[in-house]
Design a binder for this molecule. Sequence first.
Ligand code: MG
Length: 437
Amino acid sequence: MATDLAKIAKSKKIEYFLISFVDLFGVLRAKLVPARAIGEMQGEGAGFAGFAAWLDMTPAHPDMFGVPDPDSLIQLPWQPEIGWLAADLWMDGQEVEASPRVALKRQLARAEAAGYRVKTGVECEYFLVDSDGTALSDPRDIQSKPCYDQQALMRRYPVIKSICDAMLELGWGPYQNDHEDANGQFEMNWDYDDALKTADRHVFFKYMVKTLAEQHELRATFMPKPFADLTGNGCHAHVSVWNKTGSKNLFLDKKDKQELGLSATAYSFLGGIVHNAEALTALFNPTVNSYKRINGAVTRSGATWSPNTVTYSGNNRTHMIRVPDDGRFELRLMDGAANPYLMQAGFTAAGLDGIDNNRDPGRAQFNNMYEEPHKAKGAKQLPLNLLDAIRLLDKSKPLRAALGDELIDAYVKLKTNEWRDYAAHLSDWERKNTLDC
Ligand SMILES: [Mg+2]
């Protein structure tokens, strides 16, 4: 065994471990295990009942085991007696096909077999709200253009500093924190890294932000569109593909004819994302609420900052994909509800499909999509709601081939049930628009 967690517990004075996993809906679940039992758990895994989580299982299924990945260990900076571990799910001696971290690892293994190493960074936006989530926590945060508002940022300095200090201590390389485009909204950035490491950190970041906000008597939310008139929570990802050793960026080509600094490999990868974008939306924008962000009306600040069509551009934030710099692109479609593993599994699967099939993303568009959308002729529209997106995912041959029928079927089934539950609720809108029919 490469890393002995029992030994690490002794040397780092860890008393408890959180053996955690993320289910298909992105919910973080865990068992809190005393250090005396970690040796056994490292081998066998912690036991869970799969039906109790958002996985397509029944109460009759046998025990599911979360086998911790020792490389994912994070010692909580604010509670150093606790070590957090990401786990992979196993049942009957096999990995659970329809589980998010396993799905991402499989896509990364496919990439590695083809000689690629996927590197990513994520930008997780969040709001600080009141305890019941219906209003901002800071009543003085009222500017119509609040982005980078220093006064509002510094009123939240204690909690922002506690989160950034934690990332510094963990060696994530945080480099900037800001007030984002909506009142009450913030973003904190740390260095990009290998895709799995970034996904594990993304999971932990959400837990950390919620926990440290609670310690400051605040509530953090990553909900895609918590307030109808304000910019929503995006979760943009910066993506590049390197050679196996990580010494050469295979997306970089200074001689690119479109002058975006992208290689033929990068364009094929992009082509795969453009080709599969509508189906990917079910993974990138996984909630009913998500579609109020990507198909939203202009916000109080003047822009939604989110895409509504499948287009790519240079350094232009009105398109679904932005190329801010040579050798990488920023995918701007995902929102704060996106499952950290499934979103990366999704774009990696689509990118590899693009490379395998030499898919052409078409020409870059340089118009302002918010002001002059007609200039991007033939641009595909994104799904208008979760049900449309789920149906497109269900029918997607490339994503089924890459992610497996078991995962797609489980996801489609559970999300369709969620849609039915939502659709069964009578809304005020229905009453106002139908009562006098
Ligand atoms: Mg942002």
